[in-house]
Each structure stands twice: as C-alpha cells, then as structure tokens.
Design a protein around this ligand. Structure first.
Ligand code: ATP
Ligand code: MG
Length: 559
C-alpha cells in the first residue's frame, strides 16, 4: 500500500490533511462506488487504491463499498459477485460497510417530493428527442420546456402516477428546475427520474421509476457521511450539480467532490462498455481472459495483487490525464517474480536431440538451484539422458552470421550439463527436420570445457525420457496500436489477432507436474508463467505466460 511521507502528499491527501488539521473533519470516510455492469479493470483499481489507501492512513477512518445499482437494465448480480471477489483478492476489507444505492430508493423518492414541493422539480412530457433538442448546445442556450411551469399540485400528482405505474415508459420524466441557459449543460434541468418497467435484482418490482446517476450519487454520498467523494475528471462539470442537489435537500452531510485523472494504459481499452463488447463478440475468452486489463484477467494471467499495488502507487495521482505504458505494469511483476519464482527448464517447441556417443542406459543427474536470486530456495535434481529435447528455434541448419546457437558442426553448452556438437540432421520425406544427432564431450560434465576452450551459446534442454508434456499459452498485447481505435475509428479493427498462441506439446522438467495450481515459475530463457487455476487438471497443467523475461516490446517499437 502507498506509504506517503509528509513531504510528498498528493493533492488529494494535501486537502485531507488540511481538513483534519482545521477540524473540518475528525477522520475520513471514503468510498468506491462501482456500477455492477461489468468486471473491474485496472483503472478501477486506481480508484480503489486511492480510496482504500486513504482509509488505511487515517485513524478511525472508514471505507465504504457501494454498488451504484440504479440501472437494472445493464446490471447483473454476477457482476456484483465478481467485483467483490476482485476487491477481496486486492486485499480490500470493507467490513460492515457494504451498501447499495438501491438501499436509498425510498429516501431518494422522498427527497424528490421535497424538490417538487419547493418548486425545484417538475414532471416533463417532452420525449427524449425533444429534451435533447431543447437542451441547446455548448454555444447555444437551451429553452424552457412548455411543461416547466406546471403548478406544484399537478407535479405531485403526475409524479405519483409515474411511480404507481400508470404512465408509459418514455412519456414522462421528473426534472430538476435549475437553469436552461446555464453555460454548464449539466445544469440545464437535468432529468432525475425516468420510468423503467424493469425488475430490479434487489428491490424487485417495487419501483418502476429509477433515479438518475447524478441525483443518486451525491445523495448516497451524503447519506453515508462520506467526507471526500473522489472521482475521475469527467465528473468535474457535474460538480455544480452535485452541490446543487445537496444544497436544496435536508441531507445529513455535504461531502466534497474532488476529481483526479483516470488511469489510461496503452495497447488496451479500458471502458467497461468496450470490454463487454470484446467478451460478447468472443474476441476474448471472457472477462477473465488473461489478455484483458480486468482484475480477474490479470489474476488469471498470474499477476499478484502486490505487483498491482506497487504499480498503482508508482503512477501516483494527478489532475492531468495521461497514458501509462503497459510496460510499467509488466516491470513490477517481473521484478517481483525474479525474486520469488522457481526456475524450471521447459522446451516450448521441442526438437529431438540424440546424443550418439552417450551410452543407452547411462543417466546423469545434475543439481540446479531453484532460484539463483534466493539462496534459501534450495536445489533440485534434473536428469540427463541419451535422448533430449531442445527448442526448435535454437537450431538452424543453415544459420546466418552471429547465430550462436546450434547448427551442424557447432558446439554449444546444454545448460549445467555437457557440451555437445551437432553432426547430423535427420529429415522426413517432406524435408522437415525430425531430429538432430550430436556427440557430447564426456569431460565437460557441468557444462565447462576441460581445456578451457570458449563455447558460445547455452541452451536449455529436457530429458525425453523424463520430461512431461504441458500446455502453454503465450500472450501478446491484445491490440496492435498504442491507442486502439484512434486511427481506425473502431478499436475492434486494431485487435491483435495473434495475441494468443496455444502450445500443446511443450515439454517440462517432471517436477513441474507436482506443483500446486496457481504457482508461478520462471521458464529458463522464456519468462514467467502461472499454472492456470481453472484449466489445469491433475497431471496435465496449463501454463499462462505472465510476462517475458525482458521487455522485448520496447525494442520492436524502436525498430
Ligand atoms: P468505465 O468507464 O470503465 O465503464 P465507469 O467510471 O463507468 O468506468 P464505475 O463502475 O462507474 O465505472 O466506476 C467506479 C469508480 O471507478 C468511479 O469512481 C470511477 O471514477 C472510477 N474509475 C473508473 N475508471 C477509472 C480509471 N480508468 N481510472 C481511475 N478511476 C476510474
Ligand atoms: Mg459509470
């Protein structure tokens, strides 16, 4: 979690510090208010890190989780469950403080009546299109609806009709009576209630009118005595409305809304609407597809919540919108796993090697450190046999200059085992290489030349006799461009169609099969991998690539 030292407070914590010192507040109450219309993404995690982080920094502080469930059309219970699970995984503990905006439907209705009685709200019969037309534009003031000056009695009567289900959907709305000429379009008599004949997961069929976001949000904050209502910059223009509602109504408190810049990442899309489309149109395998920027996707990919917190505290808080390089997120998981993950030898795309001068029944056993970065990680024994696998890409029959791996006549080191030289290439009828034949130097045990001759190139290998078949899923960026949709107009056009590769015949050291689900490894020379918690089964594990060993992407981009 973010550790802020006194000198280095961000602008929000600065405001909070002043409010506590001046006595305006004794402590803080912050909240995270997701709409349950999709899974959480890493952008949401930034808001969580901020709100929850603040609650951990101040004595007596509270953190509320509030589902903003005012739009039953798009909201589903499964999203509520998914959001809770993600928050728990991130280590967020909301304790007793779990709320739903729908808990306040009675109160919101009561307050709407107060607005009507005070002449500050009216029932409008313009249809949606007319309302839009009457609203005006940024440069043109709006004009008053012909229904704006109905008397209070009539408004109360019609609003009651709306509530009791006597009015058809779309025929009437309740609007706040503010100012149709306001330079701020949000203040031009915003709609506060609309009719929707929809069943609500929590309130059932009790209501057929549902309050709008701007009206609901500020009142929910006020009812929960939120002290600082932190939201993203696009709500800056809504702040006058937030304050207006609270100023008109007998609410128990008046929270202060403060806006900060949302998190944007390159090479991905972040809005739930966009992510939902990727899921619904099967461009990905679900909300928790390891390529998704969702919390559940990152978890399934193998990210740890610690690395996500590290990332979020590193990017900090600002008022200026910027895009963060996804490479930074990768950097933090790489740093962590370098210290904590066991190394294993895995051949992703196997090519068989026969060591012709190695006796048929001979076996060697080499002791390899599990993690050279961690001396407490111990060692393991790896068996070497006459038949082995190496990476197909580590051999070339006709190599270009500077190819330091294996080719006919060339000698290389098999990691921690022996020096071997390639003598023969065996092919099938189609000319495809099926195996290569090598000889080993019996005096090079451990991998060093007896006469001190220089051998460039160290390859990883797995014994054909003892190696186990595993499935490995390799992932690349989900999109080909930094800002999907910017040039093409449609982010779907920028999808990287090769972002997932499934390797079904990879061969690993046998020990990997005994590893529990959800364990992370470094595959030597390849990167970090996570045993998929869902698709792995007893004896046949599936591994997701978390991140490569080095940031190869940067190099590609520079080219
Ligand atoms: P999206 O646009 O991705 O659908 P949203 O804002 O509609 O997101 P909500 O469920 O309403 O999603 O968001 C809950 C909270 O998370 C809000 O306070 C919102 O400001 C914050 N939030 C959403 N996206 C980001 C982001 N990219 N960076 C920081 N905070 C975010
Ligand atoms: Mg929203």
């Amino acid at each position: 979690m973010t550790e802020n030292n006194e000198r280095n407070l961000d602008f929000i914590r600065e405001i909070i510090k002043n409010d506590l010192e001046s006595g305006k507040h004794k402590t803080t109450v912050t909240r995270f208010p997701p709409e349950p219309n999709g899974f959480l993404h890493i952008g949401h995690a930034k808001a969580i890190c901020l709100n929850y982080g603040i609650s951990k920094e101040n004595e007596g502080a509270r953190f509320h989780l509030r589902f903003d469930d005012t739009n039953p059309e798009k909201e589903e219970v499964k999203y509520i469950e998914a959001i809770k699970k993600d928050l728990e995984w991130l280590g967020v503990d909301w304790g007793e403080n779990l709320f739903y905006a729908s808990d306040y439907f009675d109160k919101l209705y009561e307050y709407a009546i107060i607005l009507i009685k005070d002449g500050k709200a009216y029932v409008d019969e313009l249809n949606a299109e007319e309302i839009r037309e009457y609203r005006g534009t940024l440069t043109k003031p709006g004009k008053n609806s012909p229904y704006r000056d109905r008397n209070i009695e009539e408004n109360l009567e019609l609003f009651e009709k709306m509530r009791s289900g006597e009015v058809e959907e779309g025929k009437m709305v309740l609007r706040a009576k503010i100012d149709m000429a306001s330079p701020n379009i949000n203040m031009r008599d915003p709609v506060i209630y609309r009719i929707k004949n929809i069943h609500h997961p929590r309130t059932g069929d009790k209501w057929c009118i549902y309050p709008m976001y701007d009206y609901t949000h500020c009142i929910s904050d006020a009812l929960e005595n939120i002290t600082h209502s932190l939201c993203t910059l696009e709500f800056e223009d809504h702040r006058p409305l937030y304050d207006w509602f609270l100023d008109q109504l007998p609410v128990p408190s008046h929270p202060r809304q403060i806006e900060f810049a949302r998190l944007n990442l390159n090479y991905t899309v972040m809005s739930k609407r966009h992510l939902l489309k990727l899921v619904e149109e099967n461009h990905v395998d679900g909300w928790d597809d390891p390529r998704m920027p969702t919390i559940s996707g990152l978890r399934r990919r193998g990210y740890t919540s610690a690395s996500i917190w590290e990332f979020l505290s590193q990017i900090g808080l600002a008022k200026v919108v910027s895009t963060v390089d996804i490479g930074l997120l990768e950097y933090f998981i790489r740093q962590e796993l370098n210290k904590t993950s066991d190394r294993v030898l895995v051949v992703l795309d196997p090519l068989k090697v026969v060591i012709t001068n190695y006796p048929d029944d001979k076996e060697d056993e080499f002791e390899l450190p599990n993690n050279p970065e961690d001396e407490n990680a111990g060692t393991r024994k790896v068996k070497f046999t006459k038949e082995l696998y190496i990476e197909r890409g580590d051999f070339m029959e006709d190599p270009p200059k500077k190819f330091f791996r294996l080719f006919p006549g060339k000698e290389v080191r098999l990691k921690s085992a022996y020096l071997v030289r390639c003598n023969d290439v065996i092919k099938d009828d189609n000319g495809n290489i099926t195996e290569i034949h090598c000889t080993y130097d019996p005096d090079s045990k451990g991998g060093s030349a007896p006469d001190g001759r220089k051998v460039k190139g160290t390859l990883h290998w797995v014994s054909a006799k003892y190696g186990k078949k595993i499935e490995v899923r390799m992932f690349d960026r989900l999109f080909n461009v930094e800002n999907p949709g910017k040039e093409t107009g449609d982010y779907i056009d920028d999808l990287n169609r090769d972002s997932k590769k499934v390797l079904k015949n990879s061969i690993a050291e046998p020990g990997i099969l005994e590893a529990e689900k959800g364990k992370r490894f470094q595959f030597f020379r390849h990167g970090y991998f996570f045993s998929d918690p869902i698709d792995s089964t007893e004896g046949s594990p599936v591994f997701n690539q978390i991140v490569s060993l080095k940031d190869t992407w940067e190099k590609v981009k520079k080219k």
